[in-house]
Structures are given as C-alpha cells and as structure tokens.
Design a protein around this ligand. Structure first.
Ligand SMILES: [Zn+2]
Length: 129
C-alpha cells in the first residue's frame, strides 16, 4: 500500500481501516501485525506504535461470525435446493463440519475487521466506561 505508515492526520477511512483489519494488519499503517497468536490482540502496533489494546471486539465477534456463517449456509442450501435437494441426513452431514470449519476460518479476519472498524470510528473501551 502506498500510504506512509507514520502519519496520523486524524482521518481514519472506514473501508481502508476495516480492510486492513480483515487482513490481520494494523488499521493505521497496514503493515504491523494485529495478532500475536491465533486471536490474541497486540497491545500496540509493532510497526507504528499505534495503541490497539483499547479496541475490544468483545461480544460483537461471535455475532459477526454467526451472521457470516448463517449467510454462507443460506447460499449453500439455496444452491442445493435449486439443484434438486438432498436428504435431511445429508444436510446435517454437510452442516456440522462445514459450520465448524467456516467459523474457525472467519474468526480471525472478523475480529481484525471489527478492530479496524472500531479504530476508524474511535469507539474504544474508554467511551463505554
Ligand atoms: Zn501500525
């Protein structure tokens, strides 16, 4: 990305910040890592030093992941039904493993996107106390 990583002009574009978060990158500079492990959030960006610990996705995270997975299955089931449908047992055999895998895959980018969005909107924990 061509933007300079050090400047903080005060503008925080929502789509750019959310996109960087989705890629698990710092919403400010786009290069620093957002997570230490799978979901452990860094307290500050290792590249630009932007404090990120105050942006806590909290209970929005399971809501966002649940919504994504439900939307995914609505599309999958619609396609299956439009092509003749399958038995309820087959649906269950598709639903159980795929929902677990899809949730695990969506968790990290969803948390990153929420952190990026909260950073852009400046909705930190401080405001909620
Ligand atoms: Zn950064």
């Amino acid at each position: 990305m061509p933007e300079s990583s050090q400047e903080d002009t005060g503008t925080r574009p929502i789509w750019r910040s959310t996109g960087r978060g989705t890629l698990c990158r710092c919403p400010n500079c786009g290069t620093g890592r957002l997570f230490n492990g799978y979901l452990e959030q860094v307290s500050a960006c290792p590249e630009c030093g932007e404090p990120l610990a105050e942006f806590n996705a909290g209970l929005l995270l399971p809501l966002a992941v649940g919504l994504l997975v439900v939307l995914l299955f609505a599309v999958i089931f619609l396609v299956i039904e439009l092509n003749g449908g399958v038995s309820p047992g087959t649906y269950l055999a598709i639903l159980l493993p795929t929902s677990a895998i899809a949730s695990l895959l969506a968790l990290r980018p969803s948390k990153g996107a929420l952190i990026g969005l909260m950073w852009a909107l400046r909705t930190s924990d401080e405001l909620q106390r």
